[in-house]
Design a protein around this ligand. Sequence first.
Ligand SMILES: Cc1cc2nc3c(=O)[nH]c(=O)nc-3n(C[C@H](O)[C@H](O)[C@H](O)COP(=O)(O)OP(=O)(O)OC[C@H]3O[C@@H](n4cnc5c(N)ncnc54)[C@H](O)[C@@H]3O)c2cc1C
Length: 306
Amino acid sequence: MSSAQKQAVHVIGGGLAGSEAAWQIASLGVPVVLHEMRPRLSTAAHKTDGLAELVCSNSMRSDDRDTNAVGLLHEEMRRLNSLVMRAADGHQVPAGGALAVDREGFSATISQTLAVHPLIEIRREEVALPPHDWDSVIVATGPLTSPALAETIGRITGESSLAFFDAIAPIVHRDTIDMNVAWFQSRYDKAGPGGSGADYINCPMDRAQYQAFVAALVAGDKISFHDWEKSTPYFDGCLPIEVMAERGPETLRHGPMKPFGLTNPHDPQTKSYAIVQLRQDNKLGPFPASSVPSSLGSAACIATPT
Ligand SMILES: Cc1cc2nc3c(=O)[nH]c(=O)nc-3n(C[C@H](O)[C@H](O)[C@H](O)COP(=O)(O)OP(=O)(O)OC[C@H]3O[C@@H](n4cnc5c(N)ncnc54)[C@H](O)[C@@H]3O)c2cc1C
């Protein structure tokens, strides 16, 4: 049977999963229709119309294929000709042992590759109810599935409480960081597959600064929740920073702000009480802060442990 005679597979959602699915199916010679609702209808977190837009962290976590399950998964995907991995490798930014990417370049490569593939048709439309005559359908609409489709899925499955609750990482402009205080270093100087051993910007705090920071977090204004959000349980693997701070004054210092494996070159004798690690977020990073016009300022986002 030729490609033209084969029934198309319909993939709903052009995020990471849907883009990879479309690529893999088309690579096997089967036509695909990829339905992506953006930019006609967006989600609360996406900002662009690009396929495979990363909405939060630009890290795909550890790239160590020998000792880490996530790194092994990366390697398996590479061997399976993964488009997501090819784009990630092509747009890697330094992040020690983690695989982090320039999110715009990553999304652009995936968007362009799928757009020119002869067996892939991209339709910019929301699918609220897959028509009966679609033979093969993959639903890859992610955690921010449109309300209409979520309603359909709820009705078909009888599930009444489909919900997703997550934290989003802030982005700090590189030229706002005082490098007389902060310094570049990866934890334990780990170079990792794509780094140099000095890939993170470390912002130290002494005890008084840390305690003031935690107190300000706990006392600070918080976003108020919609009624339907109030009883949603937090996902412990990705907690909002203020929720961690509320769990105890030492929680952050023993979690994402742990000071271990890092030495402050400005004051090597003094141990920092806590450290905020920032990871590079785009490819502008190598420029020294002073030479980057603020409109082009490279960004860093708070790193989560790999
Ligand atoms: C606020 C937030 C923070 C997150 N932080 C992280 C993180 O730090 N690290 C991490 O690994 N993961 C994080 N995630 C999870 C992240 O969404 C997934 O890792 C990844 O994006 C999932 O890929 P996906 O393809 O399943 O979904 P997505 O990438 O979200 O793609 C789904 C696509 O489907 C489209 N769509 C939705 N409904 C319809 C419809 N009815 N018709 C047509 N198109 C539709 C959307 O526009 C979107 O493009 C976060 C998610 C959110 C919401």
